[in-house]
Design a protein around this ligand. Structure first.
Ligand code: SF4
Length: 366
């Protein structure tokens, strides 16, 4: 493949938040010091300027943390540098994460001006006790105003998280009604029961929620994501297809030329290194043949469309089914997988048992 034909993504990580959600297990820090935030933004700008991009960038994802927590000025500086570096008009998807209370008119105008066309934000209104428990600070008024502002600026590709707590079924239905009322086309389901020490989101509840989303026209396309009206997340789907992407920011992970790498996750260390002209990359892993095949199955099966075995076989010049014959047969017999001509994919039962099925594809030897 000519390099010009290669499509790659960029993931930009802003692991800074103005407060810490109690359930947070991301690489994020609560920062109140503006100087420190500005230093961090300067570093990611420097990293972007120094990126040696090969091929075409077709997606950018700015995640966190709370990327919209940075000032308007810093956001403009960052987005302008991205615009200088990348042909924004060629992007298939340009996403930023946000909290509803961060999306005032001025901010959305800036995002739109620099080509952002997709926003991922939580919108579900929680009862006061859940809000307090999760430390969420946005209100229904913030949600409505953010949605109106986004639509008015022409950003209609909105994704939201469905945070699953210890809810009654009627509550889940009313949350989905709320999501639908805002014409949100993309939903990511997260269970926070582990954090809350509940075990309510069991198999039946998971199936029930999938059913509710399907009845509302959302198609499930990976283990946790649902979309309608052609709004599948392109950047994230690319991860499952082993598409390549550059990493920018503390703790960000990248995958370029078959090599997985990650930046220093400690924010102070990251800043120190970038400011002093040192590499921001902490780990580099050239994947072995075995690891590449494992990833093809382990990652590829996360997509409900499954894996095209014929394509895999011609890519690796071997019959990949032979490697996993006993595992695949076992899970076909258990009803977790189905192999239809050349497509291998999870069944509905396999979806419920996905962690067990997928981990079987991590094997000792090939
Ligand atoms: S907004 Fe996200 S990254 Fe920040 S504290 Fe909450 S869960 Fe963690």
């Amino acid at each position: 493949m000519k390099n010009n034909d290669i499509k790659r993504g960029i993931y930009i990580h802003i692991p800074l938040c103005d407060y810490m959600c109690p359930y947070c297990n991301y690489n994020a820090e609560m920062i109140n010091n503006k100087k420190y935030v500005n230093k961090y933004v300067d570093c990611i700008i420097k990293e972007i300027e120094n990126l040696k991009i090969d091929g075409n960038i077709n997606t950018i994802y700015i995640g966190g943390g709370s990327p919209n927590f940075i000032s308007d000025l810093s956001m403009e500086d960052l987005l302008a540098v991205i615009c200088n570096k990348i042909d924004i008009l060629k992007l298939d998807e340009y996403t930023i994460e946000a909290k509803p209370n961060e999306l005032e008119k001025k901010r959305i105008h800036i995002l739109k001006k620099y080509g952002i066309n997709r926003v991922s934000m939580p919108i579900q209104t929680l009862k006061a006790s859940d809000k307090e428990c999760l430390g969420l600070k946005y209100s229904k008024i913030d949600v409505e105003s953010a949605i109106n502002n986004l639509y008015n600026e022409g950003i209609s590709n909105i994704s939201t998280d469905l945070l699953l707590l210890n809810y009654k079924r009627s509550t889940i239905e009313s949350i989905l009604d709320e999501i639908e009322s805002y014409k949100i086309n993309h939903v990511t389901c997260y269970s926070l029961d582990e954090f809350l020490n509940n075990d309510m989101t069991n198999e039946i509840e998971y199936e029930y929620i999938i059913g509710l989303l399907k009845n509302r026209g959302y198609s499930q396309y990976d283990l946790i994501n649902f979309s309608k009206n052609y709004s599948k997340g392109i950047h994230n789907s690319n991860y499952w297809k082993r598409g390549e992407y550059y990493a920018v920011g503390a703790g960000a992970h990248g995958f370029i030329n078959g090599c997985r790498y990650s930046n220093y996750s400690d924010i102070k260390e990251y800043i120190y290194r970038v400011e002093n002209g040192m590499t921001s990359i902490e780990t580099v892993k050239n994947l072995s043949f075995k690891e590449r095949i494992e990833e093809e199955f382990f990652l590829g099966l996360q997509l409900l469309e499954g894996i095209n075995i014929e394509e895999l076989n011609s890519k690796y010049l071997l019959n990949t089914l032979d490697i996993y014959r006993s595992i695949i047969n076992k899970h076909i017999n258990f009803g977790n997988l189905k192999l239809n001509k050349k497509i291998l994919k999870l069944t509905n039962k396999g979806l419920l048992n996905s962690s067990e099925v997928l981990s079987d594809f991590l094997i000792d030897e090939i």
